[in-house]
Design a protein around this ligand. Structure first.
Ligand code: ZN
Length: 265
């Protein structure tokens, strides 16, 4: 289940319009947008129930943000949750559903299968925090390497994963991101011009062993550096790709047995 392109574009434009309107010269601040839109909010510790929640009561909207289990340095995660809840407020269909008393699902930040309403709010959040025109301007003329993504996370106040997905979306440079859990490839995203699309373990979905991610699952090694790997270790191709090298940089989130590989030429 995915959002169709026309809807994606509509949500991105709505989010960008709001960001540029409320935060024309600074980093996008969800708090400020909420205040100026009459949405109240608070931070609290709410256990593991949710990351963010938008509540409606007789035309008043309130955002609850859960700081439980969030390190004070992980501002990006709270900002994304806040932006996601603002999505439920600003997207007409979501707000109207709330007004009719239909509850939206509690929102979780983590990667997991989501329903379409949650995916729409995530897409809105991504574009609210990283408005396309501003993001494109920031990556223009900058060559891809991992430090670029790191500096973008600081510039936009976003997590590595959210920033990577946005980077892929605007097709700035051919890269692929592979999300593996428990030695299996669960999701992957690639820019349109990334040259490979078939994993070597196409049917079994196993993370290939002779890669940085594979090294983590098979040998418990967390390599923090950008490594050079053989294209043929990750991908199969009708072309002869023996000898072609790729870069791989892995991120190891602090939840679950997960490796997120960034692969580029
Ligand atoms: Zn939600």
């Amino acid at each position: 289940m995915t959002i169709d392109n026309a809807r994606k574009k509509e949500l991105a434009e709505l989010a960008e319009f709001i960001s540029i309107d409320y935060c024309p010269h600074s980093m996008v601040l969800p708090e400020l947008i909420a205040e100026k839109s009459g949405v109240t909010y608070n931070y609290g510790e709410y256990g593991d129930c949710f990351d963010g929640l938008l509540e409606h009561d007789s035309n008043d909207f309130h955002v609850y943000l859960n700081t439980q289990n969030i390190q004070s340095t992980d501002n990006a995660r709270l900002r994304f949750s806040f932006a996601h809840e603002l999505g439920h407020f600003f997207i007409d269909e979501h707000r109207n559903a709330l007004k009719k008393g239909k509850s939206l699902h509690k929102s979780y930040y983590r990667f997991q299968r989501k329903n379409i309403v949650e995916m729409e709010a995530d897409h809105f959040a991504s574009n609210l925090l990283m408005p396309t025109s501003r993001f494109k301007q920031a990556v223009q003329t900058r060559k891809f390497d991992f430090s670029l993504i790191e500096s973008l996370t600081k510039e936009f106040g976003t997590s590595l994963s959210a920033t990577l997905l946005k980077y892929i979306e605007i097709d700035a440079y051919p890269i692929m991101v592979v999300f593996s859990r428990d030695n299996m490839i669960e999701y992957s995203w690639k820019s349109n011009d990334f040259p490979y699309k078939y994993f070597i373990e196409h049917s079994s979905k196993k993370t290939p062993p002779l890669t940085v991610a594979g090294d983590y699952f098979n040998n418990g090694l967390k390599c923090d550096d950008t490594e050079i790997v053989e294209a043929s270790e990750w991908f199969s191709s009708y072309d002869d790709i023996r000898g072609i090298k790729l870069f791989e940089k892995c991120i190891f989130p602090n939840y679950g047995k997960i490796a997120i590989s960034i692969i580029w030429q």
